[in-house]
Structure formats: structure tokens, C-alpha cells
Design a protein around this ligand. Structure first.
Ligand code: GLC
Length: 750
């Protein structure tokens, strides 16, 4: 039994002693005392009520049914999601705190994922900023805006490591790397929850989806995840462990099964790892109906069995499927669960509500005047610039001269809703500043023809109009990509090329001989192999949110430079997926000099003449762009790596230093990245792993020495027996501008 549990049992005994002796001893932890007071006096109905998160679809706008109000009055509901009418929020809370038996306040929840009204880039875009301030600012502003509507619990951050761009929810993810994801996790939670949970603008976070959702086979949403223990602990758990350390008050279980066990019924996950190992003391909510879905998963016989499994696994609160509400009493009567288990689950929820100060201040503070505040919009624009990734810039065509005559073409140049991306129920398209809006307000010389009415439009009917505008321009700005609906939940794609006839239109436009700048708005990396030679520049803005227009204007005209770096590996073809930089080497790693591309294979080639190594005959073995990659408007050189020693022992630090020089003509930033490889481990190790990054901004010809510190702890890893350690041996270290850098040094751990 861990010490936290011992502490809590002692507290219970101590507080019961206090209550029974009525002596005025030093007050024990007030929250634990209050929790225990409530637990000793609440009815079973009320306790079951706290385990019940009632929701509506975010589309339901109708009247509050009296039955719902009565359920609150009887203390049979603990929290709501998607109640967006503030009059309802106020009324339900008033009923709870004035009319229910123990006046226990409700928590109101919403998916406030990358902004509430002011919408920031999608989380995959924010990950591309490699900037924890961007993550913290965006979530703090979201909390300020959402809390004035009574929303004090967000179902974010989503911390699912994602290695497959076919998966629609890669859009919401922190990308493919656990080190970067863990840094973002802490920043999001600090932003959402703020400095004080009792602050009316604090919105408790929800680390989700616990766990392995991003490992869905085939990148197909909700699909099976098979993750061995080493992979779970070295790759998927780190951002969630950080979430506990950062004080996230809630977790959400994932829809998927992992190794045969659906997350909402996985006691090892919810109790042994989250509680016993990590000492998490908040509460866990299931994802929408995922308790009930253990039946189709083939893990629960029926609804009652589903409730029994989840309650025994340690799930505190059930979202929308009502099995707890319906079967808890029966399960207690049948001895399938105990009242002390129920008290523990309820106590976790009460503890969070007490920490949030909801008992003293249950009502929202309406600051709706701060919606779309100038400061919020400025931060949103800054986030777009810091998260946009310049992937190609032939002849440095970008930035453009101010008087360049543009032909703006494409289905996403003026789409206020699409630009916001997935999970933006509350963002208002009326406030979106599209590229067209901005070009008009900035007196840019341009002609605009969308050419395609939406991203999936297959019609060439307007190609001729687009062509005539293109012919009279200096540069074509093609703004394309995906409508928001093509990524996000349940929206996986097997083919991740530009949808519709966008590629055809780009190829037509290329016939004009005019340079083409392709600006992509999408929820995932888009395979561009078919048109990459037809365009001169590619700028990935993800779905940029409310301020996409002003940010794109600033970037293409050089007011600022795109500063993002890829948080995911960008594939050449979907057939390469899953594709990630921190892969294993295999026993037959590719030998570039021996690789024979499919079209170069001699007719009648001998069976084993092509070199038996790990690659694809057609698309080879490299991504289109590597993890960590991105260009700016200047250039940088990296000096040799300098190590304070080539041997490191236990309790010693190794300082890794590199001189970085801005070799271009304008100031600029780069994200200096440190990767390490354990050459031989007790289990095989990735070819490299991110262990540090620092953003550096330099004037032309300025040089700065960047230092990283490595310790043995940074090298430790888990094997499949939960052993965290590292063997003595040889390690490679790289420092460069992306994960494919060749700037390498070697040291030994002895
Ligand atoms: C959805 C999502 C989850 C979200 C929840 C509530 O199905 O999986 O991320 O928070 O339901 O909307």
C-alpha cells in the first residue's frame, strides 16, 4: 500500500477521532475532513449521483427538461458536459447548491481544446511551435474565455502520442515524440488550471485519452492498440506521468482496448499505474459511452457487467452511458463492489470540487467582455506564426516583396469555419480573419478565384477562371488542404493527398510558369509527392484558427518568419505509415548506396539482387520531411559538437555544446535539437531519441553557443519487466536543426 493511501487512512481515523472527541486539536487537512464529513452523511443515491456525468450533444439547444432539474435537486448528477446556455448553467448550479440534500456543487465541462471563442492553431500546430509558452498562453486564454460561461472543466490536453497521419485525431495530438509531448503536457495544464484552482478563471484539465489511443492499428480511429510494456513506459506514458506531476485534476479513459483490455476497464492502468505508481489523487472520467462500449469490445457481457468492471478498475465518473447510475446498487447488493470502493471513488470527486473552491464560490463570474480581446487575438496570431512550418522555399521565393501582384486561388483562402479546424464548437466564424479578409484590409495587390468551392470539390468548372487570374499575376498563392471535418474524431483517411481536384488545379496552374506558393491548412501532414515539383514553396499552417489570415500575411510578406518545426514525421506516401523518427534499427537497416528504386530494377533481376534491407521498393526509406524539420527566412550553420568529456559515470553530468551561427542576411530563429542513441541495450533501443531542444534567435552573422546537460537519468529506459535502468556502453549524440542531422559525437557511460 503506498504512503498516500496510508496517509489518507490515517487522516480518516484522525478526523473520526476529532469528530467523536469533539476536541479542538490542530485542524487536520480541511479538505479531507470535509470529504469524510460528506461521505459519512451522504445517501447512497447522492454518492452514485457524483459518479454521473450527464451530457447532451453540443448541438442540443432545447429547454432544460424538468426531470433533469429534479435529478439535480435529488443530488443524482455530479457534473454536466455541453451545457452552453449560461442561464441553464446558473439555474442548475443554483438548484444543486441550494436545493440538493448536501448542496454539492456541479462541475460544468466542455471540450475547450485549442481555444474557446478565440481559436488557436490545432494542438498539432501548437506542438509544431516547440514552445511551451505558446501552449500555456493558448490554454490560459481559453480558460479565461470559457470560465465566464461557467465551464470550469475542459477535456484537454489530449496527450496521445501519434505516429500515423492517417489517424484523424493526430490533429489534436502533441505529435510523435514523448519528450516534446511531456513538455507540452505540463504547459497546457499550467495554462488551463492557472496558479490557483480556486481562481474563477481556473479550468481543471483532463489528461486524455488514457491510454494508447494514438496507436490504433492502421491509423483507424477507435481501433485496437497493441503496446508492450517497454513501449508503453518509454513512449506513451511520459506525457501522462507529467500530467500527474503538473497537477492535472482529471484523466479521461480512451475508447480503445490496449492488449485486449478496454481502457475504461483496465485496473492496471487506472489503479496500479495511475494511483499506486503515480499517486494521482484527482478523478478519472470515461470517454463518451466507453463503459457501455466494453460490450461490443467483447469485454463485458452486459451493462451491469460493464459497470462492475469499470468500478472495480477504479473509474470514478461515467460519461453519458448511465451504467453506474443504473447498476451500482445492485452490484453492492450482490457484493460485486463494496461501499468503501464507492466512497473512495466519490471522495476523489468531492476532493477536486473542494480544491476548486466550488463549495464557497459555485457560480461563474461573467467576464464575457474578454471574448476575442485584442490581447487574445494577438497571442493567437503569434501562435500561428510560431507553429507554421515552412517546408519548401525554392530560390527563397518567400518572403514576397510588398508590391507583388498575387493570384490567390484555392478552396481554403476564405473559409472562416474551416480555418478553425476540428473541436471548435464555440469558435465563431464571424470573428475569423481569413487570408482574403486580411489581404483586402492590407491593400495587397491581388485577384482571388477559389477555383474549387471546398477541399473535396472534384469539379474543374472554374479552372479556366483561375488560370486567367494566374496568368496576370506575379505569384500564385494556392491556399488548400482539408476542410475541418476531414480530421478529428472518427475522421481517419487512408489516402492523405490533397483531397478533391486540388492537385489537378495546381498542375494546371503550374503550366502558366508562374511561381506557386502552396499554403496548406489541414489537420495532418498531407502527402504532396504528386505536386511537389509543381510548387516553389510549401507553408504548413495546420488549421490556424481565428487569426490565420493576419499571420499568413505577416509570413508571406516577411513581417515575420514561420518558426515551426515538424512535431511529426511527414510521409511521402500513406503506405509508409506508421512512420516515426525514433524507430528501431532492425537487423537489416537500409544501406543507401545499395538501395534500388523500383523503376531501376533490371528486368529479370535475380531474386536476392536488390539488397535485403528494410525499405519500400517504390518509395524508399525516407520521409518527405523529417521530425523536427522546418525552414525560416535565414540560414544557420552548426559547429562541431563539443563534449565536456567522452566518458560519463554515475552521478556525473555531460555538457553538450554547439556553436550556432546565423549565416543569412536577416535575423531569424531556429530550434536546436539534441538527440541521443543508446547503441546497445538490454532491449533494442530507438535509432535516436529527442532529449533536449532550445529556441535560438540570432542576428545576421551572430554566433551563440548552445549547451545541453545530460545525466545518466536521461539515458535510462524501461524494459518489459518495468525495470528502469541503463547499461554501461556507447552512446551517440546529435545536435542539429532536425532529427536527420548528421552532426554527431560519441561518448561512453562507464
Ligand atoms: C468524444 C472524445 C473526447 C471528448 C468527449 C466529450 O467522443 O473522444 O475526446 O472529450 O467525447 O466530448
Amino acid at each position: 500500500m503506498n504512503n498516500l493511501k496510508q496517509h489518507r487512512i490515517l487522516l480518516c481515523i484522525f478526523s473520526i477521532l476529532i469528530i467523536s472527541c469533539e476536541t479542538h486539536t490542530q485542524p487536520v487537512d480541511e479538505i479531507e475532513t470535509k470529504v469524510n464529513e460528506l461521505l459519512t452523511t451522504m445517501s447512497l443515491d447522492e454518492k452514485i449521483g457524483q459518479l454521473n456525468l450527464r451530457g447532451t450533444s453540443s448541438r442540443v439547444k432545447g429547454e432544460l427538461p424538468d426531470s433533469l432539474k429534479q435529478a439535480v435537486r435529488d443530488g443524482k448528477i455530479g457534473a454536466f458536459l455541453n451545457v452552453t446556455n449560461t442561464a441553464y448553467v446558473d439555474e442548475l448550479q443554483r438548484i444543486a447548491v441550494e436545493e440538493s440534500p448536501h448542496k454539492i456543487p456541479l462541475i460544468f465541462a466542455r471540450d475547450v481544446i485549442h481555444g474557446y471563442k478565440t481559436i488557436f492553431p490545432i494542438p498539432l500546430g501548437i506542438a509544431a511551435s516547440w514552445d511551451t509558452e505558446v501552449a500555456e498562453n493558448s490554454s490560459r486564454i481559453a480558460a479565461i474565455e470559457a470560465s465566464s460561461f461557467g465551464i470550469r472543466w475542459t477535456f484537454a490536453p489530449m496527450l496521445d502520442i501519434a505516429r500515423d497521419s492517417r489517424w484523424g485525431r493526430i490533429a489534436e495530438s502533441p505529435g510523435e515524440d514523448p519528450f516534446l509531448a511531456a513538455k507540452l503536457s505540463e504547459a497546457y495544464i499550467k495554462g488551463f488550471q492557472g496558479k490557483n484552482l480556486k481562481d474563477p478563471t481556473s479550468m481543471i484539465a483532463c489528461a486524455k485519452h488514457f491510454i494508447g489511443y494514438g496507436a490504433a492499428i492502421g491509423g483507424r480511429d477507435y481501433n485496437t492498440a497493441i503496446i508492450n510494456d517497454a513501449l508503453l513506459r518509454n513512449v506513451y506514458l511520459p506525457p501522462f506521468k507529467t500530467a500527474v506531476e503538473a497537477g492535472s485534476q482529471t484523466f479521461m479513459t480512451a475508447f480503445n482496448e490496449m492488449n485486449g483490455i478496454p481502457a475504461s476497464g483496465d485496473k492496471r492502468l487506472l489503479t496500479h499505474i495511475l494511483r499506486d505508481e503515480y499517486n494521482f489523487d484527482g478523478f478519472v472520467v470515461s470517454d463518451w459511452d466507453s463503459v457501455k462500449e466494453m460490450i461490443p469490445h467483447g469485454f463485458a457481457e452486459d451493462l451491469k457487467h460493464a459497470a462492475e468492471i469499470s468500478l472495480n478498475a477504479g473509474l470514478n465518473m461515467e460519461m453519458t452511458s448511465k451504467t453506474f447510475e443504473t447498476y451500482t446498487k445492485t452490484l453492492l447488493d450482490e457484493g460485486k463492489i463494496t461501499i468503501s470502493q464507492i466512497d473512495k471513488l466519490v471522495g476523489d470527486i468531492l476532493r477536486v470540487k473542494l480544491k476548486m473552491g466550488l463549495f464557497e464560490n459555485p457560480y461563474r463570474e461573467d467576464k464575457s467582455s474578454n471574448l476575442y480581446a485584442t490581447a487574445h487575438l494577438e497571442k493567437a496570431k503569434e501562435a500561428v506564426i510560431k507553429s507554421s512550418v515552412l517546408l519548401k522555399n525554392n530560390q527563397n521565393i518567400l518572403p514576397l516583396a510588398a508590391n507583388t501582384k498575387l493570384a490567390v486561388i484555392g478552396p481554403l483562402a476564405n473559409q472562416p469555419r474551416e480555418q478553425l479546424g476540428t473541436w471548435t464548437f464555440d469558435g465563431d466564424g464571424k470573428f475569423t480573419q481569413t487570408p482574403i479578409h486580411t489581404f483586402q484590409s492590407k491593400n495587397v495587390t491581388f485577384n482571388y478565384v477559389e477555383g474549387l468551392s471546398h477541399s473535396r470539390d472534384k469539379s474543374a468548372a472554374n479552372f479556366s477562371k483561375a488560370m486567367s487570374v494566374a496568368k496576370t499575376s506575379d505569384v500564385i498563392i494556392f491556399i488548400g488542404g482539408e476542410e475541418a471535418i476531414l480530421s478529428g474524431e472518427a475522421h481517419s483517411r487512408a489516402d492523405i493527398n490533397l483531397p478533391g481536384a486540388q492537385e489537378d488545379l495546381i498542375k494546371e496552374l503550374a503550366k502558366t510558369g508562374k511561381p506557386i506558393v502552396l499554403i496548406i491548412m489541414a489537420g495532418r501532414p498531407i502527402t504532396v509527392g504528386n505536386i511537389i515539383n509543381d510548387v516553389d514553396a510549401i507553408l504548413m499552417t495546420w488549421h490556424p484558427g481565428t487569426m490565420g489570415g493576419p499571420a499568413i500575411y505577416d509570413m508571406i510578406f516577411g513581417e515575420d518568419e514561420p518558426q515551426g518545426r515538424l512535431p511529426v514525421t511527414w510521409p511521402k506516401m500513406a503506405g509508409q505509415l506508421p512512420l516515426f523518427y525514433n524507430h528501431k534499427n532492425t537487423g537489416r537497416p537500409v544501406i543507401p548506396e545499395e538501395f534500388v528504386q523500383l523503376d531501376s530494377i533490371p528486368i529479370g533481376a535475380w531474386q536476392s539482387s536488390l539488397g535485403n534491407t528494410s525499405h519500400y521498393l517504390d518509395v524508399g526509406y525516407l520521409p518527405q520531411y523529417p521530425f523536427g524539420y522546418g525552414l525560416g527566412y535565414t540560414s544557420f550553420s552548426y559547429g562541431k559538437i563539443n563534449l565536456t568529456d567522452t566518458i560519463i559515470s554515475e552521478n556525473e553530468e555531460l555538457i553538450v555544446s554547439v556553436k550556432v551561427t546565423n549565416t543569412g542576411e536577416r535575423a531569424g530563429s531556429d530550434i536546436v535539437q539534441l538527440y541521443v542513441q543508446d547503441v546497445a541495450g538490454r532491449i533494442t533501443r530507438p535509432v535516436k531519441e529527442l532529449k533536449g531542444f532550445q529556441k535560438v534567435t540570432l542576428q545576421p552573422n551572430e554566433t551563440k553557443t548552445i549547451h545541453f546537460t545530460l545525466t545518466i537519468d536521461d539515458l535510462k529506459y524501461y524494459d518489459n519487466q518495468q525495470q528502469l535502468s541503463v547499461e554501461k556502453g556507447t552512446f551517440n549524440v546529435w545536435v542539429g536543426a532536425h532529427s536527420a542531422t548528421q552532426n554527431r559525437a560519441t561518448f561512453k557511460y562507464e
